[in-house]
Design a protein around this ligand. Sequence first.
Ligand code: SF4
Ligand code: SF4
Length: 502
Amino acid sequence: MKLNRVVAWAALVIGAIALVADYVYDGLLRRSLRRLLAAVRGGEEAGGVQRGPDGQPVSGITEVPESGETPVAFPDAELIRSCVHCGLCLPFCPTYNVLGVEMDSPRGRIYQMKLVAEGKISPDNPHFYKHIYQCLDCRACETACPSGVQYGRLVEAARSIIPPRSNVEQAARRAILAGALNSDPILSVIGVGSRLYQRSGLQKLVRSTGILRPIPRLNRMESMLPHLEGSLILEPLPPVVRAQGERRARVAFLSGCIAAQFFPQTNRSTIAVLAANGCDVLTPPAQGCCGALQNHSGDRETAKNFARHNIDVFERTGADYYVSNAAGCGSMLKEYGELLADDPLYAERAEAFSEKARDITELLAELGLRPPTHEVSARATYQDACHLRHGQKIKNPPRELLAAIPGLELVEMARSEWCCGSAGIYNVTQPELSESILDMKMENVIATGADTILAANPGCLIQLQHGLRDRGVHMRAAHPVDLLAEAYGADGHLDSNGGDGG
Ligand code: SF4
Ligand code: SF4
């Protein structure tokens, strides 16, 4: 084994151990390091009270002394100016609704970014960190904003300039976001390990004894684990599945990273539904993680590397469209053009790539859905995944597809466009806030009287399943394509010579 591979694996293992240690002790390592740093710097931060745009004191933001700092290079700083502080987005912001704090509203967060860009507060200000990371990056404020503020780009830019709070955090982030999520062997180990854990009865034992309760973070992660279907070791997806009937398109499918392990049936449903609708479906085995989680948490460089790799791999397929069934991933694919705009080798190719990117529901609506033949008897409600509704502005196509399923009754829930509190890894990093947001969602879900909740994003499905389980509510949680696959009579067997073999 070459030396650099050994070093990379060693870094990965050390990072993973550091992460587990930090989680097990609920951030103890980070807290200790912060205290140490505060002591070295001579205690509390200096400075007076900073006032917000409405003249109200801004909680926790302290002014940097007049001698000040050089303003940091805030990426996309010109976008800050497009906010006119009207506040029309506030009622649509989940964190503002839960916390009632201006600095946890879109307007307040943009104002803090302005202070950072002007050098009035430092990007490592702990309050700036707190308010920026308490944001879900759900982008509901973008949909609501009449001035067209590109809030998603701004919050990701803000996160990219916030320094990590400790070496432990940095190592953990790199190990998970840049390493594990882009490594098939590690993802397979996670998948097999999780299935073994569930099927051996160990999970039942852990949950019934509450043995993990004294370790809050670990307990939280365990409680989020969805019920995993499929065989212990998953069969790889076929690299090519041919269209049924007349071919209407050639598509390349992004099968996802952790979602491919946790929701393998949804990937098989996606391929079956595409084939049933006249698509040759290519699933390139060399594809990697899309980079969404990395980009949302401010690691733009890793996201760019992942984007370049996927562009190389998907271009080689010669497909007409690049399809995703995960709202967050699809949104990222559509942003490759913007992400690599400054890369002389990839800018043009990234732009062309993004133009071909489609969410599965969007592509089916575009092609025109072939009428499903089988009845699916269910009363279902639909949750708008944020990165589909607000990120990709896709509202009607999933609803239209569901309406075409014979026997399916679709009931709208109140505030379906409201985030469920999943938001990437938010439900692990911000457990209390995530739970408060999930409470509101569950109230609306249950009020519909539906027996099925649908969402076109694996992260939402994990969160919704967790919410239902916690409340003892028996309701199926599935991706819309899972129901569509049933409506085409697909049985999960994929035939390389002509769609679903069922
Ligand atoms: S983000 Fe848009 S809606 Fe919100 S305060 Fe700024 S301009 Fe107004
Ligand atoms: S992205 Fe979501 S949580 Fe963040 S400010 Fe906008 S509406 Fe609020």
